[in-house]
Design a binder for this molecule. Structure first.
Ligand SMILES: [Zn+2]
Ligand SMILES: [Zn+2]
Length: 240
């Protein structure tokens, strides 16, 4: 979308806070109170799982090199992502993309990415929702980072049970064979930035990274808007 059309479309709708929906001035992405309440992941951070050092629960080898996110999935961030995913809040993507781009630039400062790849949704889920929120995030990241987005690099072959509410062992089995790389040439030899909206156990990232690795990816690094504080599955971790 060119800047002129974007400015025109923006002028038709009031700017709203990406987290609570309150009308705010056109040059902002969040209201003051949400800005202050953002559950940022800062201080000493584990560079592998992306959580604060005290919350690190890294275990086992992963197919990705590291995970990062600007936020924990709670409070106003949880509200904002809920609006974005379920209440047609596509216009809120910019706030999340800006925060993710900042995190990528800081945590992955020494990595040169060849492409961005989305954790995919099935066609059926996209149809039901009316849009693919992860695709929107990737397009924003492409623009902000100047890294090419390969929109069809990974596909999801069929729907699985939701990842939350099932044990970690079942999660792993639940995802096996779900994702595919239709054209290996797109991925072969590439350093990939893999993007999702929310990550809990990291198993979805890991299964996607496995398929990318099997297709010859040189390295996979992950970025999401938010991470849950805990990775262990307790059935009370309820994702939206
Ligand atoms: Zn707000
Ligand atoms: Zn860790």
């Amino acid at each position: 979308m060119n800047d002129y059309i974007r400015a025109f479309l923006k002028s038709l709708f009031p700017q709203r806070c990406a987290y609570c929906g309150k009308v705010i001035s056109a040059d902002r992405l969040a209201c003051d109170s949400c800005q202050k309440a953002l559950s940022r992941i800062d201080g000493k951070v584990c560079l592998k799982c992306g959580r604060g050092i005290k919350l690190c629960s890294c275990r086992g080898e992963k197919y990705f090199a590291s995970q990062a996110a600007p936020f924990y999935y709670e409070g106003v961030v949880r509200n904002g992502l809920h609006r974005f995913k379920f209440r047609k809040g596509q216009q809120n993507a910019e706030a999340f993309c800006e925060e993710m781009a900042k995190t990528v630039s800081e945590r992955y400062a020494d990595v040169t990415f060849d492409c961005i790849v989305a954790v995919p949704m099935t066609k059926k889920s996209i149809r039901q929702r009316g849009y693919n929120q992860i695709d929107i995030l990737c397009r924003g990241l492409e623009e902000k980072l100047g890294v090419r987005y390969e929109s069809n690099a990974l596909i999801k072959l069929y729907e699985t049970r939701k990842q939350h509410g099932i044990s970690l062992v079942l999660r792993k089995g639940n995802l096996t064979g779900v994702f595919d790389v239709p054209d290996r040439e797109i991925i072969n030899g590439k350093t990939v930035l893999l993007c999702d909206d929310i990550s809990t156990s990291g198993e979805t990232f890991n299964e996607c990274a496995k398929m990318l690795w099997l297709s010859g990816a040189k390295e996979v690094r992950c970025i999401s808007v938010a991470l849950t504080r805990q990775t262990k599955n307790k059935d009370n971790i309820h994702i939206i």
